[in-house]
Design a protein around this ligand. Structure first.
Ligand code: AMP
Length: 187
């Protein structure tokens, strides 16, 4: 399962809820990278600069992190949250899925406008104190989404129309979960 959506759309929240419901792994590349930051080595320092500015981390770093984790989870199924974010990452993922005889079963694209996500992210910044939840970084992250990741979700929408579901991200958390559960036929 893949979750798409701009930062603040609520994809992390929904991916967590659904992973617990289905008892499958929740792979949030943002969470994995934030954990890496705590290691305080050279890579962590490089990641900190990129992430706190709101830009995307390189495809090579992401693909190697993800392949390590996917190899562990491939047999049970998994939810991808925040990956793939570029066309290169989606090519890497497709190759991995082919090689391991896995397939994508559901794609959820949570849609939300910039004003709503700005206020949501500012609220989250007071709760989680993330370096990249600042007003000046939000715009960069949103623009990264529009310029890189939206192309990826469009690619999947065209390639897998039957399993691609657009969800209104302005709804309440429980309402979104309910919509997803209906699609999964898990109610
Ligand atoms: P997120 O928690 O998904 O909003 O991710 C936080 C930050 O981690 C992003 O702004 C990027 O700097 C980095 N990041 C997470 N996932 C990816 C990815 N798939 N490709 C590149 N950078 C990523």
């Amino acid at each position: 399962m893949i979750f798409f959506g701009p930062p603040g759309a609520g994809k992390g929240t929904q991916a967590k809820i659904i992973s617990e419901l289905l008892n499958i792994a929740h792979l949030s590349t943002g969470d994995i990278l934030r954990k890496k930051l705590l290691e305080q080595d050279k890579l962590a320092n490089e990641l900190k600069v990129i992430m706190s500015s709101g830009n995307l981390v390189s495809d090579d770093i992401l693909n190697s992190i993800v392949s390590l984790r996917l190899n562990k989870e491939a047999s049970k199924g998994f939810i991808l949250d925040g990956y793939p974010r570029t066309l290169k990452q989606s090519e890497f993922l497709n190759k991995f899925l082919l090689e391991t005889s896995n397939s994508i079963n559901y794609i959820f694209d949570i849609q939300i406008n910039f004003e709503t996500l700005k206020s949501r992210i500012l609220k989250r910044s007071s709760e989680e104190s993330r370096d990249d939840d600042k007003i000046e970084v939000i715009e960069t992250r949103y623009n990264e989404y529009i310029s890189s990741t939206q192309k990826v979700s469009e690619f999947y929408k065209e390639k897998y129309p039957d399993i691609f579901h657009e969800i209104d991200g302005s709804l309440q958390i429980q309402e979104i979960t309910q919509k997803i559960r209906q699609i999964l036929k898990f109610s």
